[in-house]
Design a protein around this ligand. Structure first.
Ligand SMILES: CC(C)(COP(=O)(O)OP(=O)(O)OC[C@H]1O[C@@H](n2cnc3c(N)ncnc32)[C@H](O)[C@@H]1OP(=O)(O)O)[C@@H](O)C(=O)NCCC(=O)NCCS
Length: 171
């Protein structure tokens, strides 16, 4: 288990973005070349995890952005009592990755809890009904399913903010 973990908004002056390797080139490239630009452009907020003793070494990261869910994709049981808006406000967990050296030690779970907590806090200022994500492969689907997410359609998964509140209150 990784201790003394810092999870902070990505700062290219502090965090070394070039040496991160999660095994997926597209996600490595995102941190190295796109995260800073997307933050400046207001497209995503990127948060990175590192050890307090080595803050420059990125062990994992995630991004959050605003999104919508088309209401008709949701199960009737969840929307029956809600107004018939075509789209529901949501928060997109766009990317989440853990460095190969730190995988299978619980860091992905801790990053996800951090993302949930940040999304929940933000939803108190700008409403968001759920966290949504687009898992890249079956490993990622399993990872999110274990953390409580359900399929929304063929590619997207979701977790309502009410459930996030419950999950976080038991921690
Ligand atoms: C998917 C990923 C984020 C998981 O991070 P991690 O730190 O290794 O995951 P954790 O140690 O927190 O594991 C939590 C649970 O997820 C599931 N899980 C994680 N990696 C898994 C794998 N390779 N195969 C099957 N299940 C896996 C397991 O249920 C695991 O619990 P367990 O270890 O008690 O069995 C990480 O492997 C990664 O960055 N992969 C490359 C990028 C990627 O696929 N990102 C997903 C976003 S689309």
């Amino acid at each position: 288990m990784i201790s003394s973990l810092l999870i902070q908004v990505f700062d290219p002056v502090v965090h070394d973005r070039s040496s991160f390797d999660c095994g997926v080139p597209e996600l490595n490239d995102y941190l190295a070349k796109r995260a800073r630009k997307e933050m400046s452009a207001g497209l995503a907020v990127c948060c990175v995890a590192s050890l307090a003793s080595q803050p420059q070494q990125v062990l994992g990261f995630y991004t959050l952005s605003a999104a919508v869910i088309v209401r008709t994709l949701l199960p009737d049981s969840l929307t029956r009592k809600l107004p018939r808006y075509r789209e529901m406000p949501a928060t997109l967990l766009g990317r989440l990755a853990v460095a190969k050296v730190a995988q299978r030690q619980g860091l992905g779970g801790r990053l996800l809890v951090s993302a949930m907590s940040r999304a929940l806090q933000a939803s108190e200022q700008v409403a968001s009904w759920a966290l949504v994500t687009d898992p890249k492969d079956q490993t990622a689907v399993e990872f999110y399913r274990k953390m409580g997410f359900s399929p929304l359609d063929d590619s997207r998964m979701f977790l309502p903010m009410t459930e996030i509140k419950m999950i976080l209150s038991t921690r």
